[in-house]
Design a protein around this ligand. Structure first.
Ligand code: HEM
Length: 197
């Protein structure tokens, strides 16, 4: 082999070697970025990283195959899913707060509130309440509303009315509107800080 050929081969080897090393170096870093849940959302037990399912583009891990199946089936039969998942809930909450902030019965409650954060929290809360994939990690509703001076049932009903109108304007089928409103109604005692039944 000529010295020239040897040189070319060496260059090829170095280039290949380098790129392979680069790929190997990237793999764990890319893998490390994907945060997979450590506890099973069904059982609370440690997950088996080989048992996974994907929902709305995110990977979730489970402790057993039956738990994976149950969780995936629960997602697909949820009100959240039937309403159209994340984009639908996000759009509904945006529209809902336009109404709330224009409603003279209740808008004063939101005067000093950071509405960007409020919209984000409400999207997360309703998503969880409607059976979305992520649990609600914010305050419980009793704590969240306990400092709202004079909050009463009329205010609660006004909020519920705005939610219902939002869903109806978005052409959500009546049966699903009913289910959503039943879930909203189930929060009433907590929001109004009434004694637990
Ligand atoms: C269906 C009923 C309701 C639901 C599901 C709901 C949900 C929520 C959620 C998830 C938060 C954020 C909690 C957190 O910070 O982690 C919140 C805060 C708040 N809610 Fe409600 N809410 C309801 C009814 C009402 C009503 C009737 C009013 C007043 C008219 C109201 C006014 C507020 C205000 C002002 C805050 C912000 C409190 C603060 O940041 O200090 N909510 N609500």
């Amino acid at each position: 082999m000529s010295a020239h050929m040897k040189h070319i081969l060496l260059v090829v080897a170095v280039v290949l070697g380098t790129s392979t090393a680069a790929l190997h170096a990237q793999a764990p870093a890319a893998g490390a970025k994907v945060e997979i849940n450590q506890t099973c959302p069904i059982s609370g037990a440690p997950v088996d990283p080989a048992i996974t399912g994907v929902y709305e583009g995110k990977t979730y891990a489970f402790s057993t195959e039956p738990n994976r199946k149950k969780w995936m089936a629960d997602r697909e039969s949820s009100l959240y899913h039937k309403l159209g998942g994340k984009p639908a809930i996000d759009a509904a909450v945006e529209r809902f707060y336009v109404k709330v902030l224009a409603d003279n019965r209740i808008k004063h409650f939101f005067e000093d509130i950071n509405m960007g954060a409020q919209r984000r929290k409400q999207k997360a809360f309703l998503s969880a309440a409607f059976g979305g994939p992520e649990p609600w990690k914010g305050k419980d509703l009793r704590t969240a509303h306990k400092n709202l001076d004079g909050l009463n049932e009329t205010h609660f009903n006004a909020v519920a009315e705005n939610l219902q109108q939002t869903l109806e304007e978005l052409k959500v089928p009546q049966e699903l509107v009913k289910q959503a409103m039943a879930i909203a109604a189930s929060t009433k005692d907590a929001v109004l800080n009434r004694p637990k039944k």
